[in-house]
Write a protein that binds this ligand. Structure first.
Ligand code: FAD
Ligand code: FES
Length: 516
Protein backbone atom coordinates (compact mmCIF):
# COMPACT_ATOMS: atom_id res chain seq x y z
CA UNK A 1 0.00 0.00 0.00
CA UNK A 2 1.36 3.48 -0.89
CA UNK A 3 2.18 5.93 1.92
CA UNK A 4 0.12 9.03 2.64
CA UNK A 5 2.11 12.07 1.52
CA UNK A 6 1.36 15.62 2.57
CA UNK A 7 0.28 17.60 -0.49
CA UNK A 8 -0.44 20.96 1.11
CA UNK A 9 -1.71 22.82 4.16
CA UNK A 10 -5.49 22.63 4.16
CA UNK A 11 -5.70 26.38 4.87
CA UNK A 12 -4.03 26.99 1.47
CA UNK A 13 -6.96 25.37 -0.36
CA UNK A 14 -9.79 27.84 -0.96
CA UNK A 15 -13.40 26.70 -0.59
CA UNK A 16 -14.74 25.90 -4.06
CA UNK A 17 -11.29 26.18 -5.54
CA UNK A 18 -8.42 24.02 -6.78
CA UNK A 19 -4.66 23.90 -6.49
CA UNK A 20 -2.09 21.92 -8.48
CA UNK A 21 0.83 20.42 -6.59
CA UNK A 22 3.65 18.10 -7.60
CA UNK A 23 4.36 15.13 -5.38
CA UNK A 24 7.45 13.11 -6.26
CA UNK A 25 7.22 14.66 -9.74
CA UNK A 26 3.57 13.66 -10.20
CA UNK A 27 1.19 16.57 -10.91
CA UNK A 28 -1.91 16.35 -8.71
CA UNK A 29 -4.98 18.56 -8.68
CA UNK A 30 -6.54 19.06 -5.26
CA UNK A 31 -10.16 20.15 -5.62
CA UNK A 32 -12.32 21.58 -2.84
CA UNK A 33 -15.96 21.69 -3.81
CA UNK A 34 -19.23 21.57 -1.87
CA UNK A 35 -17.32 20.82 1.32
CA UNK A 36 -15.45 17.78 -0.13
CA UNK A 37 -11.81 17.49 -1.05
CA UNK A 38 -10.77 15.26 -3.93
CA UNK A 39 -7.52 14.68 -5.82
CA UNK A 40 -7.11 14.02 -9.55
CA UNK A 41 -4.48 13.94 -12.27
CA UNK A 42 -3.03 17.48 -12.28
CA UNK A 43 -2.57 17.90 -16.03
CA UNK A 44 -5.11 17.46 -18.80
CA UNK A 45 -4.93 14.10 -20.60
CA UNK A 46 -5.46 15.92 -23.92
CA UNK A 47 -2.33 18.04 -24.26
CA UNK A 48 -1.10 18.48 -20.71
CA UNK A 49 -2.56 21.82 -19.60
CA UNK A 50 -2.21 22.50 -15.88
CA UNK A 51 -5.80 22.32 -14.60
CA UNK A 52 -5.43 24.95 -11.90
CA UNK A 53 -5.37 27.64 -14.62
CA UNK A 54 -8.82 26.52 -15.77
CA UNK A 55 -12.10 26.74 -13.89
CA UNK A 56 -14.38 24.88 -11.53
CA UNK A 57 -17.94 25.49 -12.58
CA UNK A 58 -21.31 23.74 -12.28
CA UNK A 59 -19.76 20.53 -10.97
CA UNK A 60 -17.11 20.46 -13.72
CA UNK A 61 -13.35 20.89 -13.94
CA UNK A 62 -12.72 22.82 -17.18
CA UNK A 63 -9.34 22.70 -18.90
CA UNK A 64 -7.75 26.12 -19.55
CA UNK A 65 -6.46 25.32 -23.03
CA UNK A 66 -9.09 23.62 -25.17
CA UNK A 67 -11.97 23.44 -22.63
CA UNK A 68 -12.28 19.70 -22.07
CA UNK A 69 -14.52 19.15 -19.03
CA UNK A 70 -14.58 16.48 -16.32
CA UNK A 71 -17.01 15.74 -13.49
CA UNK A 72 -15.84 16.97 -10.08
CA UNK A 73 -17.36 13.98 -8.27
CA UNK A 74 -15.41 11.21 -10.02
CA UNK A 75 -13.31 12.78 -12.81
CA UNK A 76 -15.33 11.22 -15.61
CA UNK A 77 -14.94 12.66 -19.07
CA UNK A 78 -17.75 15.08 -20.05
CA UNK A 79 -16.47 17.25 -22.89
CA UNK A 80 -13.75 16.74 -25.52
CA UNK A 81 -11.06 17.26 -26.77
CA UNK A 82 -9.82 15.04 -23.95
CA UNK A 83 -11.11 11.55 -24.77
CA UNK A 84 -10.77 9.91 -21.36
CA UNK A 85 -11.54 10.64 -17.73
CA UNK A 86 -9.15 11.63 -14.93
CA UNK A 87 -7.39 9.32 -12.52
CA UNK A 88 -8.38 9.92 -8.89
CA UNK A 89 -6.04 9.73 -5.91
CA UNK A 90 -7.12 8.72 -2.41
CA UNK A 91 -7.10 11.86 -0.24
CA UNK A 92 -7.56 12.60 3.44
CA UNK A 93 -7.37 15.68 5.62
CA UNK A 94 -5.75 15.54 9.05
CA UNK A 95 -3.61 17.77 11.27
CA UNK A 96 -4.44 20.78 9.05
CA UNK A 97 -2.91 19.08 6.03
CA UNK A 98 -4.20 17.50 2.81
CA UNK A 99 -2.62 14.05 2.32
CA UNK A 100 -2.62 12.02 -0.87
CA UNK A 101 -1.80 8.42 -1.61
CA UNK A 102 0.11 8.07 -4.89
CA UNK A 103 -1.99 5.16 -6.03
CA UNK A 104 -4.37 6.41 -8.69
CA UNK A 105 -7.62 4.71 -9.64
CA UNK A 106 -10.37 5.32 -12.13
CA UNK A 107 -13.31 6.10 -9.86
CA UNK A 108 -15.90 6.47 -12.60
CA UNK A 109 -17.90 3.37 -13.32
CA UNK A 110 -18.20 2.24 -16.93
CA UNK A 111 -21.57 3.32 -18.20
CA UNK A 112 -24.15 0.64 -18.74
CA UNK A 113 -24.93 0.28 -22.40
CA UNK A 114 -28.53 -0.05 -23.43
CA UNK A 115 -27.53 -1.28 -26.89
CA UNK A 116 -26.28 -4.53 -25.31
CA UNK A 117 -29.85 -5.58 -24.83
CA UNK A 118 -30.73 -4.83 -28.47
CA UNK A 119 -29.45 -5.96 -31.81
CA UNK A 120 -27.26 -2.96 -32.73
CA UNK A 121 -23.94 -4.64 -31.98
CA UNK A 122 -22.11 -4.17 -35.30
CA UNK A 123 -21.16 -0.50 -35.40
CA UNK A 124 -19.05 1.28 -38.01
CA UNK A 125 -17.33 4.65 -38.12
CA UNK A 126 -16.32 6.00 -41.52
CA UNK A 127 -13.38 8.33 -40.89
CA UNK A 128 -10.46 8.21 -38.48
CA UNK A 129 -10.12 11.90 -37.64
CA UNK A 130 -11.23 14.13 -34.76
CA UNK A 131 -14.83 12.97 -34.74
CA UNK A 132 -14.11 9.31 -35.51
CA UNK A 133 -11.69 9.10 -32.58
CA UNK A 134 -14.10 10.79 -30.15
CA UNK A 135 -16.87 8.44 -31.26
CA UNK A 136 -14.68 5.35 -30.77
CA UNK A 137 -13.62 6.54 -27.30
CA UNK A 138 -17.25 7.10 -26.33
CA UNK A 139 -18.50 3.80 -27.74
CA UNK A 140 -15.82 1.84 -25.89
CA UNK A 141 -15.94 3.80 -22.64
CA UNK A 142 -18.60 1.56 -21.15
CA UNK A 143 -19.55 -2.09 -21.21
CA UNK A 144 -20.67 -2.23 -24.87
CA UNK A 145 -20.30 -5.87 -25.87
CA UNK A 146 -20.42 -5.52 -29.67
CA UNK A 147 -17.80 -4.59 -32.28
CA UNK A 148 -16.72 -1.22 -33.62
CA UNK A 149 -15.05 -1.02 -37.03
CA UNK A 150 -13.37 2.23 -38.02
CA UNK A 151 -12.62 2.76 -41.71
CA UNK A 152 -9.81 5.28 -42.09
CA UNK A 153 -8.38 6.32 -45.46
CA UNK A 154 -5.18 7.70 -43.93
CA UNK A 155 -2.46 5.19 -43.07
CA UNK A 156 -1.67 6.75 -39.67
CA UNK A 157 -3.60 6.11 -36.45
CA UNK A 158 -5.95 9.07 -35.76
CA UNK A 159 -3.75 12.11 -35.05
CA UNK A 160 -3.99 15.75 -34.02
CA UNK A 161 -4.58 17.58 -37.31
CA UNK A 162 -4.54 20.97 -35.56
CA UNK A 163 -0.75 20.77 -35.13
CA UNK A 164 -0.22 20.68 -38.89
CA UNK A 165 -0.55 24.42 -39.51
CA UNK A 166 1.00 25.52 -36.20
CA UNK A 167 4.06 23.46 -35.31
CA UNK A 168 5.05 21.29 -38.30
CA UNK A 169 5.71 24.08 -40.87
CA UNK A 170 7.52 26.00 -38.11
CA UNK A 171 9.95 23.09 -37.72
CA UNK A 172 8.92 22.77 -34.06
CA UNK A 173 7.32 19.34 -34.40
CA UNK A 174 8.52 16.59 -36.71
CA UNK A 175 5.71 15.10 -38.80
CA UNK A 176 6.36 11.77 -37.06
CA UNK A 177 5.81 13.45 -33.66
CA UNK A 178 2.29 14.72 -34.39
CA UNK A 179 0.40 13.31 -31.38
CA UNK A 180 -2.01 10.41 -31.77
CA UNK A 181 -5.44 11.16 -30.32
CA UNK A 182 -6.91 7.81 -29.34
CA UNK A 183 -6.20 7.05 -25.68
CA UNK A 184 -3.98 3.95 -25.46
CA UNK A 185 -6.70 1.88 -23.81
CA UNK A 186 -9.07 2.61 -26.69
CA UNK A 187 -6.48 1.99 -29.41
CA UNK A 188 -5.73 -1.43 -27.90
CA UNK A 189 -9.35 -2.34 -27.08
CA UNK A 190 -10.17 -5.69 -28.72
CA UNK A 191 -13.67 -4.43 -29.54
CA UNK A 192 -12.16 -1.86 -31.96
CA UNK A 193 -10.87 -2.77 -35.41
CA UNK A 194 -9.27 -0.05 -37.52
CA UNK A 195 -9.28 -0.84 -41.21
CA UNK A 196 -7.04 1.63 -43.05
CA UNK A 197 -8.97 1.40 -46.30
CA UNK A 198 -10.99 4.08 -48.06
CA UNK A 199 -14.76 3.62 -48.23
CA UNK A 200 -15.75 3.91 -51.89
CA UNK A 201 -19.50 3.70 -51.31
CA UNK A 202 -21.77 3.85 -48.32
CA UNK A 203 -25.41 3.12 -49.02
CA UNK A 204 -27.50 4.75 -46.30
CA UNK A 205 -30.74 2.71 -46.62
CA UNK A 206 -28.95 -0.67 -46.44
CA UNK A 207 -26.04 0.53 -44.26
CA UNK A 208 -23.72 -1.30 -46.64
CA UNK A 209 -20.09 -0.22 -46.91
CA UNK A 210 -18.01 -0.96 -50.04
CA UNK A 211 -14.25 -0.50 -49.70
CA UNK A 212 -11.71 0.60 -52.30
CA UNK A 213 -10.36 -2.97 -52.45
CA UNK A 214 -13.82 -4.37 -53.21
CA UNK A 215 -14.69 -5.81 -49.78
CA UNK A 216 -18.24 -5.22 -48.61
CA UNK A 217 -19.78 -5.18 -45.14
CA UNK A 218 -23.19 -4.41 -43.68
CA UNK A 219 -23.63 -2.85 -40.24
CA UNK A 220 -26.43 -2.23 -37.75
CA UNK A 221 -25.47 1.40 -37.16
CA UNK A 222 -23.02 3.64 -39.00
CA UNK A 223 -21.45 6.99 -38.14
CA UNK A 224 -20.17 9.07 -41.04
CA UNK A 225 -17.24 11.23 -39.87
CA UNK A 226 -15.33 11.74 -43.08
CA UNK A 227 -14.35 15.40 -42.61
CA UNK A 228 -13.32 17.70 -45.42
CA UNK A 229 -11.32 17.79 -48.60
CA UNK A 230 -9.22 20.90 -49.17
CA UNK A 231 -10.11 22.85 -52.32
CA UNK A 232 -7.35 23.08 -54.88
CA UNK A 233 -6.86 26.24 -56.94
CA UNK A 234 -8.31 25.96 -60.42
CA UNK A 235 -5.82 28.00 -62.48
CA UNK A 236 -3.20 27.11 -65.10
CA UNK A 237 -0.15 25.54 -63.50
CA UNK A 238 -2.09 24.12 -60.53
CA UNK A 239 -0.61 20.71 -61.33
CA UNK A 240 3.00 21.87 -60.85
CA UNK A 241 5.09 20.48 -57.99
CA UNK A 242 5.14 22.39 -54.70
CA UNK A 243 1.54 23.61 -55.08
CA UNK A 244 0.10 22.36 -51.80
CA UNK A 245 -3.06 22.16 -49.79
CA UNK A 246 -2.81 21.42 -46.06
CA UNK A 247 -5.06 18.74 -44.58
CA UNK A 248 -2.95 15.71 -43.76
CA UNK A 249 0.31 15.01 -42.01
CA UNK A 250 1.79 14.12 -45.41
CA UNK A 251 0.81 17.56 -46.73
CA UNK A 252 2.47 19.22 -43.71
CA UNK A 253 5.64 17.16 -44.15
CA UNK A 254 5.82 18.09 -47.85
CA UNK A 255 5.44 21.82 -47.04
CA UNK A 256 8.14 21.59 -44.37
CA UNK A 257 10.58 19.93 -46.75
CA UNK A 258 9.83 22.24 -49.68
CA UNK A 259 10.75 25.47 -47.92
CA UNK A 260 13.96 26.66 -46.27
CA UNK A 261 14.61 29.91 -44.39
CA UNK A 262 14.88 32.90 -46.75
CA UNK A 263 12.82 31.24 -49.51
CA UNK A 264 9.48 32.64 -50.67
CA UNK A 265 6.09 31.08 -50.05
CA UNK A 266 2.83 32.40 -51.44
CA UNK A 267 -0.23 31.51 -49.40
CA UNK A 268 -3.60 31.76 -51.10
CA UNK A 269 -6.40 32.62 -48.67
CA UNK A 270 -6.42 34.67 -45.49
CA UNK A 271 -8.52 32.55 -43.14
CA UNK A 272 -7.28 30.41 -40.24
CA UNK A 273 -5.23 27.85 -42.17
CA UNK A 274 -3.54 30.56 -44.27
CA UNK A 275 -2.71 32.79 -41.30
CA UNK A 276 -1.55 29.97 -39.02
CA UNK A 277 0.71 28.60 -41.76
CA UNK A 278 2.06 32.11 -42.41
CA UNK A 279 2.91 32.47 -38.73
CA UNK A 280 4.57 29.06 -38.62
CA UNK A 281 6.65 29.72 -41.74
CA UNK A 282 7.69 33.19 -40.52
CA UNK A 283 8.97 31.60 -37.33
CA UNK A 284 11.31 29.56 -39.52
CA UNK A 285 12.44 32.63 -41.48
CA UNK A 286 10.50 31.88 -44.69
CA UNK A 287 9.35 34.98 -46.63
CA UNK A 288 5.55 34.90 -46.82
CA UNK A 289 3.04 36.72 -49.01
CA UNK A 290 -0.65 36.11 -48.47
CA UNK A 291 -2.80 36.74 -51.54
CA UNK A 292 -6.56 36.92 -51.08
CA UNK A 293 -9.13 38.89 -53.02
CA UNK A 294 -11.09 41.59 -51.16
CA UNK A 295 -11.83 42.09 -47.51
CA UNK A 296 -9.58 41.65 -44.52
CA UNK A 297 -8.16 38.47 -42.99
CA UNK A 298 -10.72 36.49 -40.94
CA UNK A 299 -13.35 39.10 -41.81
CA UNK A 300 -16.18 36.60 -42.22
CA UNK A 301 -15.84 34.85 -38.84
CA UNK A 302 -14.49 37.74 -36.75
CA UNK A 303 -15.58 40.97 -38.49
CA UNK A 304 -13.63 43.74 -40.22
CA UNK A 305 -12.35 45.53 -37.09
CA UNK A 306 -10.85 42.39 -35.62
CA UNK A 307 -9.67 41.29 -39.08
CA UNK A 308 -7.73 44.56 -39.43
CA UNK A 309 -6.04 43.93 -36.07
CA UNK A 310 -5.00 40.43 -37.15
CA UNK A 311 -3.61 41.84 -40.38
CA UNK A 312 -1.51 44.42 -38.49
CA UNK A 313 -0.23 41.67 -36.19
CA UNK A 314 0.91 39.52 -39.10
CA UNK A 315 2.40 42.52 -40.93
CA UNK A 316 4.40 43.37 -37.80
CA UNK A 317 5.81 39.84 -38.08
CA UNK A 318 6.86 40.31 -41.68
CA UNK A 319 3.91 38.89 -43.64
CA UNK A 320 3.02 40.81 -46.83
CA UNK A 321 -0.67 40.95 -47.82
CA UNK A 322 -1.95 41.47 -51.37
CA UNK A 323 -5.60 41.94 -52.29
CA UNK A 324 -5.35 39.77 -55.34
CA UNK A 325 -6.32 36.46 -56.88
CA UNK A 326 -3.91 34.01 -58.43
CA UNK A 327 -4.20 33.96 -62.24
CA UNK A 328 -1.64 31.24 -62.93
CA UNK A 329 1.35 29.41 -61.50
CA UNK A 330 4.56 29.51 -63.53
CA UNK A 331 7.44 27.03 -63.56
CA UNK A 332 8.73 23.99 -65.39
CA UNK A 333 8.37 21.04 -62.97
CA UNK A 334 7.85 22.89 -59.74
CA UNK A 335 6.19 26.25 -59.21
CA UNK A 336 8.60 29.18 -59.47
CA UNK A 337 6.26 32.18 -59.56
CA UNK A 338 2.64 33.18 -59.06
CA UNK A 339 0.99 35.68 -61.40
CA UNK A 340 -1.69 37.71 -59.62
CA UNK A 341 -4.62 39.68 -61.04
CA UNK A 342 -3.17 42.95 -59.65
CA UNK A 343 -0.38 42.71 -62.24
CA UNK A 344 2.32 41.40 -59.89
CA UNK A 345 4.29 38.21 -60.42
CA UNK A 346 5.72 36.88 -57.15
CA UNK A 347 8.62 34.45 -56.83
CA UNK A 348 7.48 31.28 -55.07
CA UNK A 349 9.35 28.18 -53.98
CA UNK A 350 5.98 26.86 -52.82
CA UNK A 351 2.31 27.78 -52.92
CA UNK A 352 -0.02 26.80 -50.10
CA UNK A 353 -3.71 27.05 -50.88
CA UNK A 354 -5.92 27.73 -47.86
CA UNK A 355 -8.98 28.54 -49.94
CA UNK A 356 -11.56 26.47 -48.13
CA UNK A 357 -12.77 22.92 -47.93
CA UNK A 358 -15.75 20.86 -49.03
CA UNK A 359 -17.41 18.01 -47.15
CA UNK A 360 -15.88 14.61 -48.02
CA UNK A 361 -19.17 12.90 -48.86
CA UNK A 362 -18.72 11.83 -52.50
CA UNK A 363 -19.07 8.16 -51.38
CA UNK A 364 -22.42 8.60 -49.60
CA UNK A 365 -25.45 7.38 -51.52
CA UNK A 366 -29.13 6.89 -50.81
CA UNK A 367 -29.81 10.23 -49.12
CA UNK A 368 -29.98 13.70 -50.62
CA UNK A 369 -26.88 15.70 -49.79
CA UNK A 370 -26.95 19.46 -49.23
CA UNK A 371 -25.91 21.76 -52.05
CA UNK A 372 -22.39 22.02 -50.60
CA UNK A 373 -22.14 18.25 -50.05
CA UNK A 374 -22.99 18.46 -46.34
CA UNK A 375 -25.27 15.97 -44.57
CA UNK A 376 -28.25 17.41 -42.69
CA UNK A 377 -28.82 15.86 -39.26
CA UNK A 378 -31.14 16.46 -36.31
CA UNK A 379 -29.91 17.51 -32.84
CA UNK A 380 -29.23 13.83 -32.06
CA UNK A 381 -26.84 13.90 -35.07
CA UNK A 382 -29.06 11.40 -36.88
CA UNK A 383 -29.04 11.48 -40.69
CA UNK A 384 -31.31 8.49 -41.27
CA UNK A 385 -32.42 5.28 -39.61
CA UNK A 386 -29.35 3.85 -37.89
CA UNK A 387 -27.09 6.41 -39.60
CA UNK A 388 -25.43 9.40 -37.94
CA UNK A 389 -23.21 12.14 -39.36
CA UNK A 390 -20.84 14.41 -37.43
CA UNK A 391 -17.95 16.81 -37.74
CA UNK A 392 -17.12 18.96 -40.74
CA UNK A 393 -19.76 17.27 -42.92
CA UNK A 394 -22.72 17.71 -40.55
CA UNK A 395 -25.30 20.50 -40.93
CA UNK A 396 -26.86 20.49 -37.47
CA UNK A 397 -29.29 22.65 -35.50
CA UNK A 398 -27.41 25.00 -33.18
CA UNK A 399 -29.44 26.51 -30.36
CA UNK A 400 -28.78 30.10 -29.47
CA UNK A 401 -28.24 31.33 -33.02
CA UNK A 402 -31.78 32.78 -33.31
CA UNK A 403 -35.41 32.27 -32.35
CA UNK A 404 -35.44 28.89 -34.08
CA UNK A 405 -32.22 26.90 -34.17
CA UNK A 406 -30.39 27.52 -37.40
CA UNK A 407 -28.86 24.56 -39.20
CA UNK A 408 -25.20 25.20 -39.84
CA UNK A 409 -21.95 23.39 -40.52
CA UNK A 410 -19.02 24.24 -38.26
CA UNK A 411 -15.54 23.12 -39.23
CA UNK A 412 -13.82 22.99 -35.85
CA UNK A 413 -12.09 20.27 -33.87
CA UNK A 414 -13.94 20.36 -30.56
CA UNK A 415 -17.36 20.76 -32.20
CA UNK A 416 -16.64 17.66 -34.32
CA UNK A 417 -15.77 15.75 -31.16
CA UNK A 418 -18.75 17.07 -29.17
CA UNK A 419 -21.05 15.93 -31.97
CA UNK A 420 -19.31 12.56 -32.18
CA UNK A 421 -19.82 11.99 -28.47
CA UNK A 422 -23.54 12.79 -28.79
CA UNK A 423 -23.92 10.50 -31.81
CA UNK A 424 -21.99 7.68 -30.14
CA UNK A 425 -24.14 7.84 -27.01
CA UNK A 426 -27.22 7.68 -29.21
CA UNK A 427 -25.76 4.73 -31.12
CA UNK A 428 -25.56 3.00 -27.73
CA UNK A 429 -29.27 3.55 -27.11
CA UNK A 430 -29.17 6.87 -25.21
CA UNK A 431 -31.28 9.84 -26.19
CA UNK A 432 -29.00 12.88 -26.14
CA UNK A 433 -28.98 16.14 -28.08
CA UNK A 434 -26.26 18.63 -29.02
CA UNK A 435 -26.45 21.47 -26.48
CA UNK A 436 -22.76 22.35 -26.34
CA UNK A 437 -21.12 25.73 -26.81
CA UNK A 438 -19.07 25.79 -30.02
CA UNK A 439 -15.39 26.46 -29.43
CA UNK A 440 -12.24 26.76 -31.48
CA UNK A 441 -8.71 27.88 -30.91
CA UNK A 442 -6.13 29.29 -33.25
CA UNK A 443 -2.42 29.98 -32.72
CA UNK A 444 -0.21 32.67 -34.18
CA UNK A 445 3.32 33.62 -33.09
CA UNK A 446 3.11 31.39 -29.98
CA UNK A 447 -0.13 32.93 -28.75
CA UNK A 448 -3.35 30.93 -28.58
CA UNK A 449 -6.66 32.74 -29.16
CA UNK A 450 -9.86 31.04 -28.03
CA UNK A 451 -13.31 31.61 -29.52
CA UNK A 452 -16.50 30.53 -27.78
CA UNK A 453 -20.03 30.64 -29.20
CA UNK A 454 -21.16 31.35 -32.72
CA UNK A 455 -22.34 34.62 -34.22
CA UNK A 456 -22.89 35.95 -37.72
CA UNK A 457 -24.50 39.33 -36.89
CA UNK A 458 -23.90 41.46 -33.83
CA UNK A 459 -24.99 44.95 -32.72
CA UNK A 460 -22.33 45.48 -30.08
CA UNK A 461 -18.61 44.80 -30.25
CA UNK A 462 -16.37 45.43 -27.24
CA UNK A 463 -12.63 45.16 -27.86
CA UNK A 464 -9.88 45.34 -25.27
CA UNK A 465 -6.24 45.11 -26.34
CA UNK A 466 -4.90 43.80 -29.65
CA UNK A 467 -3.99 40.34 -30.90
CA UNK A 468 -0.38 39.77 -29.86
CA UNK A 469 -0.86 41.54 -26.51
CA UNK A 470 -0.67 39.40 -23.39
CA UNK A 471 -4.40 40.00 -22.97
CA UNK A 472 -6.85 40.56 -25.82
CA UNK A 473 -10.64 40.22 -25.57
CA UNK A 474 -13.51 40.77 -27.99
CA UNK A 475 -17.15 40.39 -26.91
CA UNK A 476 -19.71 39.95 -29.69
CA UNK A 477 -23.24 40.74 -28.45
CA UNK A 478 -26.71 41.14 -29.86
CA UNK A 479 -29.76 42.51 -28.03
CA UNK A 480 -27.79 42.74 -24.78
CA UNK A 481 -26.78 39.07 -24.86
CA UNK A 482 -23.31 37.66 -25.36
CA UNK A 483 -23.19 35.61 -28.59
CA UNK A 484 -19.48 34.93 -28.89
CA UNK A 485 -16.19 35.85 -27.31
CA UNK A 486 -12.65 35.83 -28.70
CA UNK A 487 -9.82 36.05 -26.20
CA UNK A 488 -6.14 35.55 -25.75
CA UNK A 489 -4.44 35.32 -22.34
CA UNK A 490 -7.72 34.88 -20.41
CA UNK A 491 -7.60 31.15 -19.75
CA UNK A 492 -9.48 31.05 -16.45
CA UNK A 493 -12.17 33.45 -17.69
CA UNK A 494 -12.68 31.54 -20.96
CA UNK A 495 -12.88 28.23 -19.12
CA UNK A 496 -15.57 29.76 -16.90
CA UNK A 497 -17.40 31.21 -19.90
CA UNK A 498 -17.38 27.87 -21.70
CA UNK A 499 -19.70 26.64 -18.94
CA UNK A 500 -21.64 29.87 -18.26
CA UNK A 501 -22.49 30.24 -21.96
CA UNK A 502 -24.42 26.97 -21.88
CA UNK A 503 -27.27 29.25 -20.74
CA UNK A 504 -28.02 32.73 -22.17
CA UNK A 505 -25.58 35.22 -20.66
CA UNK A 506 -26.03 39.00 -20.61
CA UNK A 507 -23.27 41.18 -22.04
CA UNK A 508 -22.96 42.87 -18.63
CA UNK A 509 -22.32 39.52 -16.91
CA UNK A 510 -19.76 38.62 -19.60
CA UNK A 511 -18.03 41.99 -19.13
CA UNK A 512 -17.83 41.36 -15.39
CA UNK A 513 -16.27 37.92 -15.97
CA UNK A 514 -13.58 39.15 -18.36
CA UNK A 515 -13.06 42.44 -16.49
CA UNK A 516 -14.10 44.77 -19.32
C1 FAD B 1 -4.17 22.16 -40.70
C2 FAD B 1 -5.43 22.27 -39.90
C3 FAD B 1 -5.41 22.93 -38.68
C4 FAD B 1 -6.58 23.05 -37.94
N1 FAD B 1 -6.53 23.70 -36.75
C5 FAD B 1 -7.66 23.80 -36.01
C6 FAD B 1 -7.62 24.44 -34.74
O1 FAD B 1 -6.60 24.94 -34.28
N2 FAD B 1 -8.76 24.49 -34.02
C7 FAD B 1 -9.92 23.96 -34.48
O2 FAD B 1 -10.93 24.05 -33.79
N3 FAD B 1 -9.98 23.34 -35.68
C8 FAD B 1 -8.88 23.24 -36.45
N4 FAD B 1 -8.93 22.62 -37.66
C9 FAD B 1 -10.19 22.06 -38.13
C10 FAD B 1 -10.37 20.67 -37.57
O3 FAD B 1 -9.20 19.92 -37.76
C11 FAD B 1 -11.56 19.97 -38.24
O4 FAD B 1 -12.72 20.73 -38.04
C12 FAD B 1 -11.75 18.59 -37.66
O5 FAD B 1 -10.61 17.79 -37.91
C13 FAD B 1 -12.99 17.93 -38.24
O6 FAD B 1 -13.08 16.63 -37.76
P1 FAD B 1 -13.70 15.47 -38.66
O7 FAD B 1 -13.55 14.22 -37.87
O8 FAD B 1 -15.02 15.88 -39.15
O9 FAD B 1 -12.74 15.40 -39.92
P2 FAD B 1 -11.22 14.97 -40.02
O10 FAD B 1 -10.49 15.24 -38.76
O11 FAD B 1 -10.71 15.61 -41.26
O12 FAD B 1 -11.26 13.42 -40.20
C14 FAD B 1 -11.88 12.81 -41.30
C15 FAD B 1 -11.11 11.54 -41.61
O13 FAD B 1 -11.91 10.73 -42.47
C16 FAD B 1 -11.09 10.18 -43.49
N5 FAD B 1 -11.94 9.87 -44.64
C17 FAD B 1 -12.52 10.75 -45.49
N6 FAD B 1 -13.23 10.07 -46.43
C18 FAD B 1 -13.08 8.75 -46.14
C19 FAD B 1 -13.54 7.56 -46.75
N7 FAD B 1 -14.31 7.61 -47.83
N8 FAD B 1 -13.17 6.38 -46.23
C20 FAD B 1 -12.39 6.32 -45.10
N9 FAD B 1 -11.91 7.43 -44.49
C21 FAD B 1 -12.26 8.63 -45.01
C22 FAD B 1 -10.08 11.28 -43.76
O14 FAD B 1 -8.94 10.73 -44.37
C23 FAD B 1 -9.81 11.79 -42.34
O15 FAD B 1 -8.78 11.08 -41.72
C24 FAD B 1 -7.78 22.50 -38.43
C25 FAD B 1 -7.80 21.84 -39.67
C26 FAD B 1 -6.63 21.71 -40.39
C27 FAD B 1 -6.64 21.00 -41.71
S1 FES C 1 -5.01 20.42 -22.94
FE1 FES C 1 -6.93 20.17 -21.97
S2 FES C 1 -8.36 20.21 -23.54
FE2 FES C 1 -6.47 20.42 -24.51
Amino acid sequence: MAAWIKAMESAALPADGMRRVEIEGVPILIVHSSGRIRAFTGDCPHAGAPFDQGALCEGRIVCPWHKAAFAIDDGRWLEPPALEGLLSYPVRVENNGVFVELEPKRLHKPHVTRANAGSARRLAIVGGGAAGAAAAATLLEGDFDGEVTMFAAESQAPYDRTCLSKFVPAGEMAPSDVPPILPEGVARDPRLRIDHTEVKRFDVPTKRVTLADGREFAFDTVLIASGSVARRPDVPGAGLGHVFTLRSVDDAAAILHALSPGEHAVILGDSFIGLETASALRKRGVEVTIAAPGGLPLQRPLGARVGALFREWHEANGVVFRHAKALRFEGSREVEAVALDDGATLPAKAVIAGIGVRPATHFVSGIPLDEDGGVTVDAAMRAGRGVYAVGDIARFPLNGTGATPQKIRIEHWRVAQQQARIAALNMLGEDTRYDGVPFFWTEHYDKRCDYLGHVEHWDDLAISGRPGDDRFVVLYSRLGRLRAVLACGCEHEMALLSERMREPLSTDSARAIVGL
